[in-house]
Design a protein around this ligand. Structure first.
Ligand code: AVJ
Length: 324
């Protein structure tokens, strides 16, 4: 079935400069590359495959929480609200909520224009009663929303524990930006991965099938293919471990030997075991996240978890401005 046309709002986000950022990151000590560069076509496919690995509990657990509690979540939301799906991707998780929430509108917010347009059109086809908007912007830089939604309640939706990729300070900035964009009366439904047994955490980022390893190494593949980097992918290894001090899983690409790689005329030398830090995935205690939310002008209204407390879906309210 073909639904109504999707309204497209293009805020023309600046495209990331892969070469520039890789050169800058490898020039630092310790070396690093942002996890946002994982997601080329192959990387996005590998990420989908990670989500289907038995060790990678977050995706399935979160989807179960959303599915099992959709009606309860709906009890806390105004029925004609506008859902603002941050990093909407394939909108797969939002779909779990739409029938229960019965919002009047849906805004898919994503940086990837083609993907966003295709996914929102599919959503409009499947939910013909829904007013669907595609908002192309980089919300990690700036969160602009079209004015359309009027004074309806905005429900921002930020699943997947993507917030975990941000250092605490940057997470705070992002939450503040979300609070500002949805305004007073707005709510944020956010997926937050929880602290737990270190063994389970480490296993989730070291699946037996080696998909996460391939996902991490794909970054070097991309450098080879897109930047003509002279780099031997086989001379690096995937490493993922829990950093207790920072409460996060870290992923690294570790050099198996002393070597030099060359990118666009620049040379970067590695000692044996020297790493490129490619990702942080912060884990929170429920109280820790409440503290962060508080600092960002939110208060926690309700927390849903699974029976084993692996993952949480949290509903936050924008706190009312204090009358002066
Ligand atoms: C998409 C950032 C939530 O941190 O668990 C999965 C990415 N990296 N396996 C995560 C990821 C390795 C994922 N996030």
């Amino acid at each position: 079935m073909t639904g109504a046309a999707v309204s497209f709002h293009d805020f023309a986000p600046e495209q990331d400069d892969f070469l520039e950022e890789v050169v800058a990151g490898l020039s630092q000590q310790p070396k690093k590359i942002s996890p946002k560069f994982f997601y080329d076509k192959r990387g996005s496919e590998l990420f989908d495959a990670i989500c289907a690995q038995p060790e990678y509990y977050p995706t399935q657990t979160e989807m179960n929480i959303l599915h099992n509690n959709a009606n309860d979540i709906a009890q806390h939301i105004e029925p004609d609200c506008v859902v603002v799906d941050l990093g909407s991707g394939s909108s797969e998780k939002a779909r779990l909520l739409l029938d229960a929430l019965r919002p009047s509108g849906y805004m898919g917010v994503d940086i990837s224009r083609e993907f966003l347009l295709a996914a929102t059109q599919r959503l409009a086809d499947d939910f013909p009663w829904l007013d669907v908007h595609a908002v192309c912007t980089d919300f990690s830089q700036q969160l602009e929303l079209p004015a359309q939604s009027g004074d309806k309640q905005k429900l921002a939706f930020f699943p997947g524990s993507s917030i975990g990729n941000f250092e605490p300070g940057a997470a705070l900035d992002l939450l503040r930006r979300i609070a500002e964009a949805i305004g007073e009366g707005g709510k944020l439904l956010i997926g937050v991965d929880l602290k737990k047994d270190e063994e389970l955490l480490v296993a989730a980022y070291n699946d037996d099938a080696g998909v996460t390893e391939e996902f991490n190494l794909n970054l070097l593949q991309r450098m080879q293919e897109e930047l003509q980097a002279d780099v031997d992918v086989d001379a690096f290894s995937h490493r993922a471990f829990y950093n207790n001090k920072h409460g996060r899983v870290e992923m690294h690409l570790v050099s198996d030997c002393e070597q030099t790689i060359e990118i666009d005329g620049d040379e970067f030398s590695f000692l044996e075991n020297e790493s490129i830090h490619t990702e942080n995935s912060h884990k929170y205690h429920i109280e820790e996240f409440a503290e962060l939310a508080q600092q960002a002008n939110f208060e926690v209204e309700k927390v849903w978890t699974d029976a084993e407390q692996l993952f949480s879906v949290q509903l936050l309210n924008v706190k009312a401005a204090i009358a002066k």
